[in-house]
Ligand binder design. Sequence first.
Ligand code: BGC
Length: 411
Amino acid sequence: MMKKLKFPAGFKWGCATASYQVEGGNSNSDWWQWEKQGMADNESGRACDYWNLYKKDHELLSELGVNVFRLSIEWARVQPEEGIFDEQALMRYREILEDLKSRNIKVQLTLWHWTSPLWFAKKYGFHKKESVKIFAKYVERIVGEFDELIESYLTFNEPMVPLGMGYLGGAFPPGVKNPMKFISAVNNIAKAHNATYEIIHKKNSQAQVGITYLYNWYESEGFGILLNAINRIAQWYRIDLLGNKIKNHQDFIGIDYYRLGKITFNWKNIKMDSRNQTYLGFTIEEDKENVMKWISYPQGLYKVLKQASEKFKLPIYIAENGTPTREGIDDKDRIEYIKTHLEMVHKAISEGVDVRGYNFWSLMDNLEWLYGYEPKFGLVEIDFQTLERKPRKSFYEYAKICKNNELEFEE
Ligand code: BGC
């Protein structure tokens, strides 16, 4: 039997991307150097060349019928050297934002999605206290230039991920394992977030400002009390450690949800390997069929929404949700993923959780950080040789949902 679930009037349907993952040519960013040092599976190179082909991608957004597009600004592009802003790069971002406006697509702008300018990374880094002022200068310029073109802001994307990977696990830049620097970086990011919030609100009192949390659902198996305690610590680490420092500086909560993290313990694997998610024997169970070994768990999204709404008592925006697939396979997994997850979003809304919008990650295949171009996250397939864009079946399924503000599925 076909079942139809209507979403609230005015619900925002969107897609998300991030500058470094799609633009290409970001040679002034710290990730570029990280790639050159052989620390990731692929070099980003020209990526999807969104920087030049953005109109084609915006055309796809119009066809999709989304009313929001989440994108980010590449800090290194607009500020390639300390104290110097690149007027041409700013002009291009203006063109990009104006093109979205002309299509009646609202902008959700991320100010920092995991990459920093090389000069900043070399001389400062977020573990240095000067980073707060330096980041604020960048924000002032962006907000001064573009505020009238932006509907909502995300200050930092899931900062605990790059901070943990970069300052404890050593797998992301700056590639150190230093708890003292890690703590300083967390504190400075919290201060930079709070300063950014103030800067934006000073310019525009109506602005909507938030941050995103990687809010996967974690469960533990076996070892009862011990694993439950570990689970609680993990939850504190991922959400509360930073969340408590910024709790009065958020107009909404940005949730990025992807999967179930089932924590298990293996005596034979007592090592620290953050790239493979093994922390002194504690490891995350895997789905061998999935290209990134991620376990899809729609109910987790429902649980996360309930938990976040109780904890923060703020409107929620699902800023990212998606699944990686393999090249060339039929993307029925993605269609199934979208529908089962949206069913859970609808359930949470019907129980009173204030979810205002949903972004699918991602509009198109793109650079998946350490794993390069192998995992495919797009509603649109990209041929990285020719840069041809080809909508997948999931593109048309998602388009139906956006246009009708309704999820239709077989029960
Ligand atoms: C990040 C994206 C990334 C996606 C898939 C999110 O946590 O914000 O940049 O591509 O996960 O791994």
